[in-house]
Design a protein around this ligand. Structure first.
Ligand SMILES: [Zn+2]
Length: 124
């Protein structure tokens, strides 16, 4: 099940499990209030990622816990919650969510095991 109708979410956590390539995304979706739902999940598996220092492509093992909010459509009112992903379609596309999370992870700074020692000399 990769498409979840937003309207079907309620107070009982709905489990999801989606796999893209070598990465799996498991967790629950629960309706919070109004147009807001919360996602809690774990991304695990491996991705191919280029080292930011030597550009070598290596396998990176993922084990990331995620928790963020989803809104049913664009939210105009000021919500206090920080991480809100606006879902503009009637269905939540879990595969698309996972893909964008993977893109986020890939855009993070990453260095391969060979370069790890060198990061101490880097300035951030
Ligand atoms: Zn490297």
């Amino acid at each position: 099940m990769t498409l979840i109708p937003f309207k079907h979410l309620n107070a009982i956590p709905l489990e999801f499990d989606v796999i893209v390539g070598d990465v799996s995304f498991r967790g629950t979706l629960v309706h919070k209030k109004g147009k807001i739902a919360q996602l809690n999940g774990t991304i695990s598996g491996t991705i191919q990622i280029a080292c930011d220092l030597c550009a070598e492509v290596v396998e990176r093992v993922l084990d990331e816990e995620l928790s963020f909010y989803l809104s049913d459509g664009i939210i105009s009112e000021n919500e206090d919650e920080l991480d809100i992903v606006e879902i503009t379609t009637p269905m939540i596309d879990m595969e698309e969510l996972l893909n964008s999370e993977i893109e986020l992870i890939k855009s993070d700074y990453f260095c391969c095991p060979q370069c790890e020692g060198k990061t101490l000399e880097q300035e951030f």
